[in-house]
Design a protein around this ligand. Structure first.
Ligand code: CO
Length: 134
């Protein structure tokens, strides 16, 4: 069902500062920081030949990243995003397998303007998984 690894999201306190590592030390192509207020994050995209790294920083007091960073103050992997062809079919397959979907189970429009689902990390070996229909 799942296809390419679309991105690895890493929660950090300061996305611009973290991006310097990828740009200056690791020599990657790095975007300018972009605020996504409707998602409560500021993001820097690190473009790699086979996938992306997204450095996500909390934006605003209600950011979903704030609590995560309070438990992981040094920053760490927040989620993995895999591509799927058909998000409704993916949802049905997951339901059949007993994998819980966060937020009521219906696809929502994600940070890239595409339909996404987030799966309960307790059902996913401890990792938050995002599925995105391209
Ligand atoms: Co994501």
């Amino acid at each position: 069902m799942i296809g390419r690894l679309n991105h690895v999201a890493i929660a950090v306190r300061d996305a611009a500062a973290a991006s310097a590592l990828y740009r200056d030390a690791l020599g990657a192509k790095v975007s300018a920081p972009m605020a996504l207020p409707e998602h409560g994050v500021r993001v820097v995209f690190v473009e790699l030949p086979n996938t992306k790294i997204e450095l996500i920083e909390p934006l605003g007091p209600l950011s979903p990243i704030t609590k995560f960073l309070s438990k992981n103050p040094g920053g760490t992997i927040h989620h993995l995003c895999f591509e799927v062809d058909d998000i409704d079919a993916a949802r049905e397959q997951l339901k059949g397998a007993g994998t819980r979907i966060l937020g009521g189970g219906s696809p929502k429009i994600g940070a890239h303007g595409k339909p996404v689902l987030f799966l309960n990390p307790k059902d996913c070996a401890g990792i938050l998984i995002e599925l995105e229909q391209l």
